[in-house]
Each structure stands twice: as C-alpha cells, then as structure tokens.
Design a protein around this ligand. Structure first.
Ligand code: ZN
Length: 121
C-alpha cells in the first residue's frame, strides 16, 4: 500500500487522497482551512460558555453583596444558578488557612454549615 494514500481529516470530507508529502492531512487547502476554522470556532464556543457561567456567578455575587451582611447560604446561591466550581482564581486568606475562590471581582469564602462569605477585595 502506498504510504501516502491518506484519509482527509476534514470532518465532512473523509475521502482518500494521494498526499504529496507524508505530513499532508487534507485533500486540499480549502478543507484544511475549513477544518481549522471549525476547530477554532468550537474552541471559542466552549470558552464562551464557561465565560458566561463566570459572569453569571459574578453578577449573582454582586447582587447579593448589596444587601445587609455578606453571608449567604449555599442553597440560595444554587437556587440563583450559581456554579461554584467555575471560578477565575483563588487567593489564600491572610492566615493561609483557607482559599477564597474568586469570580472576577468578588470572592467567596466557605464558612461552616454551608454558609459563604462574599469577599470584596
Ligand atoms: Zn477533503
């Protein structure tokens, strides 16, 4: 079998073609370009979906932080659609005993009994 007979890696093509070089993966430049654009678009969409969750988390914390007291129950966060596992960064507390999870501009510190304190840096 000719080692340069390959299957085009374009998702919608997948036809066999005779490659000029061993590292050719696509039957034509157009299929290479379209496949690379598809990969980039999918990557952007996955990032955008997570970014939307992060912004929503931040907006929930902003809203809750305006009322008296900055302690909230987990149930209330969950009910508002807060997704704890998506955060932008973490910062250690001053005594280095706990991590504060941040959602862009606001942080959350886990307390006892499913309570959280909203942290404004
Ligand atoms: Zn192709």
């Amino acid at each position: 079998m000719n080692p340069y007979i390959k299957t085009c890696k374009n998702y919608y093509c997948r036809r066999e073609f005779e490659a000029r070089r061993s590292n050719n993966e696509y039957c034509c430049p157009e299929h290479k370009s379209k496949q690379n654009n598809r990969i980039a678009r999918n990557r952007r969409n996955r990032i955008k979906a997570i970014q939307n969750i992060l912004v929503k988390n931040m907006l929930i914390l902003e809203r809750l932080s305006k009322r008296d007291g900055v302690t909230v129950k987990w149930e209330e966060l969950a009910q508002l659609g807060f997704q704890y596992k998506y955060h932008t960064h973490q910062v250690l507390t001053e005594d280095k005993s706990k991590w504060i999870q941040f959602y862009y501009t606001l942080g959350l510190l886990k307390l006892e009994n499913n309570n959280f304190q909203i942290i404004k840096p």
